[in-house]
Design a protein around this ligand. Structure first.
Ligand SMILES: *Cc1c(COP(=O)(O)O)cnc(C)c1O
Length: 397
């Protein structure tokens, strides 16, 4: 392998090796050279496998998709540039002007904005309804309803949707059911097993798990619909970065270990918070005092997930003091990181709402959401207790 000075601009071949790398290679190539026009024909006609242009697909996305497919029991899942890219590809790939969509009324903030602002601009009407009540979803359906979008566990009040009731309804009416399984993950619920036609993820969160890659995933049962969503995604340019796919694949190897540990931590933290002075209430789906406890047990068994919400006494003085007294718990608006993160809906995700609207959703100033990580749980509980005690001092209670 010798390069002459004249050929310096030509690519140098990859070094030969009789041994092979253990780790998946990172392949950032935007474009793939074909041996001949006939070979390219074979590829485009599906007679041969191969890549052409990264916006249409690349090896790192395919490796990652195959792994998430295995978790979801799906085939041909697509990796896109973000969770919202998956939501976008679904809506714009499957719907047209005049169609109607029903969504849960506590969807992820940007999915809600998609329903309230973006789809109506395109002539697609939408209704948000309570997903814990199949009758409320049924009442929202119209003859033009083509799709229902649900999350299993809502953000941030952790209400559990009536997935089975709504799936039955969707099937009877011939309406597509899409489940955004980001919070619950296939470890908690396999969406296809519960009647979903479409399953979506923000891979950014628990699946990748390290807050260093922004990606989405979508799988569709029906290959015709899958092709439509694929073409829309490629046309809209919702391409994932190979490096992000590579990072997410690495994260995914430990997903089940991380999820199980974080879930066990969350259950223990929820129980400890419930006993902590200054805590008004704790929300965790498998706790007997959770408003959807029975449905949680029927739907998810003991898989309560890694998210815990709780409310402390006091106002902004108390919430500021609590965050400041927990310097090792990142006060950051995300979830699913290996480390525990804390968010405060009143000053972040739900700040656009009035205090009255937030109160009606059960989110006072003292309301926090915790994405529990894989730390030592006793350390975590001690950190929260210290922080809440500081909050109560600041509030003078
Ligand atoms: C974060 C999130 C999304 C959006 O994902 P991004 O990767 O941030 O675009 C969608 N749905 C849920 C439930 C989420 O938590």
């Amino acid at each position: 392998m010798t390069d002459s000075p004249k050929s310096i601009v030509r690519r140098t071949p990859w070094p030969e090796s009789s041994s092979r790398a253990v780790v998946t290679p990172l392949q950032p190539s935007v474009v793939y050279a074909s041996p001949s026009p006939s070979a390219l024909d074979d590829q485009y006609e599906g007679r041969a496998k191969g890549f052409t242009y990264a916006r249409e697909g690349h090896p790192n996305a395919e490796v990652l998709a195959t792994k998430i497919d295995a978790l979801e029991g799906a085939e041909g899942g697509l990796i896109l540039g973000s969770g919202m890219a998956a939501v976008t590809a679904m809506f714009f790939g499957l719907l047209k002007q005049g169609d109607h969509v029903v969504g849960g009324n506590q969807l992820y903030g940007r999915s809600m904005r998609m329903m309230r602002e973006e789809l109506p601009r395109m002539g697609i009407t939408t209704t948000l309804a309570d997903p814990t009540d199949a009758a409320a979803i049924e009442a929202a359906l119209t003859p033009d309803t083509k799709l229902i979008l649900l999350e299993v566990v809502s953000n941030p009040t952790l209400r559990v949707s009536d997935v089975d009731g709504i799936a039955k309804l969707a099937k009877e009416r011939g309406i597509l059911l899409a489940i955004d399984n980001t919070f619950t993950t296939p470890r908690g619920l396999v969406a296809y097993d519960h009647g979903a036609d479409i399953v979506l993820h923000s891979v950014t969160k628990l699946l990748a798990g390290h807050s260093d890659a922004t990606l989405g995933y979508i799988a569709l049962h029906d290959p015709v619909l899958r092709k439509r969503v694929y073409d829309t995604a490629v046309t809209l340019g919702l391409t994932p970065s190979p490096f992000d796919c590579w990072l997410a694949e690495r994260g995914l190897y430990s997903f089940e270990l991380r999820y199980d540990r974080a879930e066990e931590n969350a259950r223990k933290l929820a129980d400890a918070l419930a006993e902590t002075p200054g805590v008004r209430r704790v929300l965790y789906p498998t706790r007997p005092d959770h408003p959807d406890h029975n449905r949680t047990v029927a739907l998810l068994g003991d898989r309560g997930g890694n998210m815990v919400s709780f409310e402390i006494e006091g106002g902004r003085d108390a919430t500021d003091a609590m965050v400041q007294a927990a310097p090792n718990i990142a006060f950051a608006p995300t979830l699913g990181d290996i480390g525990t993160t804390l968010s405060h809906p009143a000053s972040s995700s739900h700040r656009a709402l009035s205090a009255e609207e937030r109160a009606s959703l059960g989110m006072s100033e003292g309301f926090f959401r915790v994405s529990v990580g894989v730390e030592d749980v006793d350390m975590l509980i001690a950190e929260f207790r210290t922080a809440i005690a500081a909050a109560m001092d600041a509030a003078g209670t």
